[in-house]
Design a protein around this ligand. Structure first.
Ligand SMILES: [Zn+2]
Length: 239
């Protein structure tokens, strides 16, 4: 069994917050997607790694994932050595994704930066035939980056209007992390109700850039091939 796309993140919930609508859209379009987080989230202020793993599995179910795997590279000091690289290569060769989507390798949180870097490099190395592992070489078509804290000019924006609600239901699976008036745990940046308002606003902002209600932005070093140039701007006006 293989998948079309794998989303790699440092922490469970990074993918949902940044591009959960895109993941749900891919599934809705009949593609198979998988999720891999490189850490167990043990440095999080709220919740335990066990609650976070349960929440992540719940979110994966909401999004319709084919699989979700958690690695243990160390939260708050994410390791990026050869051993870690080989674990990512093993997953790429096992699931043979056409696309890899991960964190932009420059973000406020160093774990995000390191994730973007190691996943990009492993995606290339996984295609080296002379790198012998249990499975044959496989190289994804490209690596796309989602945006987190730092903003970069999007290479393209995906219309996620039809799957925005699914994304937010997946985000809501992380009960220990986000706003819960009954929680006795310490308040954090992301548990403030303003955080989810910001996610909503960002979705609307990126949507506005392409003339839709909601959008999710991506950056890539390899631009996508566009077949319908006129259609890509349908319903919009020069502003
Ligand atoms: Zn994160």
């Amino acid at each position: 069994m293989t998948v079309d796309v794998i989303f790699f993140s440092a922490h469970a919930d990074d993918t949902e917050l940044s591009c959960g609508g895109t993941a749900a859209k891919l599934v809705k379009d009949g593609l198979r997607v998988g999720f891999v987080e490189l850490t167990r989230g043990e440095m999080g202020t709220r919740g335990t790694p066990e609650t976070r793993r349960r929440e992540a599995q719940q979110a994966a179910k909401v999004l319709g994932a084919a699989f979700r795997t958690q690695l243990d590279f160390g939260d708050g000091n994410l390791r990026t050595g050869r051993e870690e690289e080989l674990q990512i290569i093993a997953l790429l060769r096992r699931w043979k994704p056409k696309l890899v989507i991960t964190a932009y390798p420059d973000d406020r949180h160093p774990d995000h930066t390191r994730t973007g870097r190691i996943v990009t490099e492993a995606s290339f190395y996984a295609g080296l035939k002379s790198l012998k592992t249990d499975l044959p070489a496989h190289r994804p078509q490209t690596v796309l980056y989602y945006l987190q804290n730092y903003m970069f000019t999007p290479s393209f924006v995906v219309d996620v209007t039809a799957t925005w609600k699914t994304k937010m239901r997946a985000v809501a699976s992380y009960k220990s992390q986000f706003h819960d008036p009954k929680s006795k745990e310490p308040a954090t940046f992301i548990s403030d109700p303003k955080f989810l308002e910001m996610i909503e606003a960002r979705g609307k902002h990126f949507g506005a850039l392409i003339g839709t209600a909601y959008g999710e932005a991506f950056v890539t070093k390899q631009p996508p091939k566009l077949d319908d140039l006129v259609g890509a701007y349908a319903g919009r006006e020069v502003t």
